[in-house]
Design a binder for this molecule. Structure first.
Ligand SMILES: Nc1ncnc2c1ncn2[C@@H]1O[C@H](COP(=O)(O)OP(=O)(O)OP(=O)(O)O)[C@@H](O)[C@H]1O
Ligand SMILES: [Mn+2]
Length: 260
């Protein structure tokens, strides 16, 4: 394709991929898909199939940016599926540095399953939009590496999820999470999305944790537990209404639920 820096093929089938690869062997061809089924040389993992084309493209480009495969101001062509079936559309996009939101890193490189991160993230966004009965509410979700997280925390109250085998993403669970978010402490969620506990008081070591000044104890505890374990923390702030994610002891994402 002329006038573009690279061609991004979103979830191509093998004949589709071959057609592009043979048409112009010198072209920078990137495959963006959940799995590299076509054995592409340059491949960006898409941890989730986004239904929305705009989200899918933005996410794929962010992944390519993270990997240094495209850069600010590049014009790229994205071959994507817009209707059902095989890729059926091409969208030209100007890559901008602002596409690097942190979402890609959050989903692609977390220990928990990407779908679990998404489900928890969506609960936090929804809670942030609506609050609890119209009042702003805060919440702290610690996702992944749950055994270690449990070892570095203690219960503030009885655990309503004890012996239950419920998972995030289940509509009834979302109602429960929102209900329990009025109370203190953190939710602990396993790699596969099982809710291990509510009302956990986190006791991680806080040295070496570097988070923006002005954030309080909830954010500090959330950030610190991700340095002490391989968990990801998703925090909704009661005071400023933002959803933040922490990994490896640092802030990776900050989003206003109203704009998401
Ligand atoms: N170590 C901890 N483990 C679990 N939950 C905690 C911990 N520390 C604080 N919290 C929870 O965070 C709540 C708010 O605390 P604080 O106001 O200090 O946090 P914050 O970071 O300013 O969050 P917000 O922006 O929501 O006010 C507490 O009421 C408590 O439920
Ligand atoms: Mn506070």
């Amino acid at each position: 394709m002329s006038g573009v820096e690279a061609v991004l093929l979103f979830s191509p089938n093998s004949s589709h991929y071959r057609r592009f690869a043979e048409a112009d062997p010198d072209e920078d061809l990137l495959v963006v898909a959940p799995n590299n089924t076509v054995d592409a040389e340059t491949y960006v993992e898409l941890p989730l199939e986004f239904d929305n084309v705009r989200d899918r493209i933005r996410f794929g480009i962010e992944g390519a940016l993270e990997r240094g495969l495209v850069e600010d101001e590049d014009i790229v062509a994205c071959s994507v599926r817009i209707f059902d079936g095989d890729p059926d559309g091409v969208v030209r996009v100007r890559v901008t540095e602002s596409m690097r939101s942190g979402i890609y890193d959050l989903f692609a490189n977390s220990r928990a399953e990407p779908g679990v991160i998404r489900d928890v993230f969506e609960v936090a966004i929804e809670l942030g939009k609506k609050g609890q009965k119209g009042k702003p509410v805060g919440a702290l979700f610690v996702v992944g590496d749950a055994g270690k997280v449990m070892n570095k925390s203690r219960p503030l109250s009885y655990n309503p999820f004890e012996k239950s085998h419920v998972h995030v993403g289940d509509p009834i669970v979302n109602v429960m999470l929102k209900e329990f978010s009025r109370l203190d402490g953190a939710f602990v969620v396993s790699d596969s999305g099982k809710i291990a506990s509510a009302y956990r008081y986190l006791e991680p070591a806080a040295e070496g944790v570097d988070i923006p000044k002005g954030l309080g104890a909830r954010h500090m505890a959330g950030a610190a537990i991700t340095r002490d374990t391989n968990a990801t923390a998703i925090v909704l702030s009661e005071s400023d209404g933002l959803v933040r994610a922490f990994k490896r002891g640092g802030l990776v994402l900050e989003i206003d639920p109203e704009e998401y």
